[in-house]
Write a protein that binds this ligand. Structure first.
Ligand SMILES: Nc1ncnc2c1ncn2[C@@H]1O[C@H](COP(=O)(O)OP(=O)(O)OP(=O)(O)O)[C@@H](O)[C@H]1O
Ligand SMILES: [Mg+2]
Length: 267
């Protein structure tokens, strides 16, 4: 009899919810959040409703999966490749993994269909849903899933990008290791901050010992990005994975991401 492997993200959702408590200067409970304590009125008159209590993000009914949104407001950064690699790694680790493709052009769905044709289909369930009410629909579109990856949309679709972040426990932001391609990082961080979801960055297109890599590493520090150690090199072997179930260095990248992200997201 094979021994069940420990699922790295079991208990993670609880930890993530607990960590989401934050004091926020707001005028009440924000949509999608529940109040975990008493409102504290800081002004003696009680008129200044500065709120210092903990807000806890609500769970949407039926949606209990740990959810990673792969988002950066930059095109061609490797979102789809990363989302497919991560979902594949989770499925390989025996999770009921679902990938939600929020790109209206359906890049991940297309790649899953191509992989199917090769006779080596993706092991995760891949489905397309580019909708601004994604948070409400998560429970019904991912029933039974315990690990969900959402492939973020291209940069123009801001409302969808926000909905994707609102549906997630954590944002994974692929960062091309080229300074010129990091220009949308601050806007991505700001969007995540507005939504109240933590962000981890991971370098992609990384070329060791180059000026670009050194400059990109300095820039992400300036931007205050919480970078993962896991990174993916710039290689034609990555592009050759297009339309295939992730293998070789892409599969390895997915496994390393899954391990580091789930450990760090649990705090
Ligand atoms: N590390 C890498 N080395 C070489 N090519 C890569 C690497 N990462 C991604 N690519 C290639 O770059 C292209 C863009 O990647 P991908 O489609 O994943 O980006 P994206 O961020 O999803 O783009 P979009 O914003 O259009 O959705 C693809 O052809 C992919 O195979
Ligand atoms: Mg894409």
């Amino acid at each position: 009899m094979t021994k069940a492997r420990p699922v790295p993200w079991s208990g993670l959702r609880h930890a993530t919810i607990a960590r989401r408590r934050h004091a926020s200067p707001c005028g009440g409970v924000r949509p999608g959040y529940i109040c975990a304590g008493e409102h504290v009125r800081t002004a003696p008159s009680g008129l200044s409703r500065v709120c210092a209590h903990a807000h806890v993000r609500t769970l949407y009914p039926g949606h209990m999966a740990f959810t990673v949104a792969v988002v950066v407001l930059k095109g061609g950064a490797g979102k789809t490749m990363t989302a497919l690699a991560l979902a594949e790694a989770a499925a390989e680790a025996e999770a009921a993994a679902t990938l939600v493709d929020s790109d209206p052009m359906g890049g991940a769905v297309r790649q899953a269909a191509l992989a199917e044709e090769t006779g080596r289909p993706m092991r995760s369930t891949v489905m397309g849903l580019a909708a601004v009410d994604l948070p409400k629909r998560m429970g019904s579109i991912t029933p039974g899933a315990d690990f969900v990856v959402i492939d973020g949309p291209p940069p123009g679709a801001l409302k969808i990008a926000k909905a994707v972040m609102e549906s997630a426990d954590v944002v994974l932001m692929p960062c091309p290791a080229r300074p010129g391609d990091l220009d949308r990082v601050p806007a991505t961080l700001q969007l995540a901050k507005d939504v109240g979801v933590p962000v981890f960055g991971a370098f992609n297109f990384y070329k060791k010992n180059t000026n670009n890599a050194a400059a990109a590493e300095e820039l992400v520090i300036t931007y205050g990005v919480n970078m993962l150690d896991t990174r993916l090199i710039d290689s034609t072997k990555v592009a050759e994975n297009y339309g295939l179930r992730p293998r070789g260095l892409v599969a390895r990248y997915g496994r390393e991401l899954l391990d580091e992200l789930t450990r760090k997201a649990a705090g």
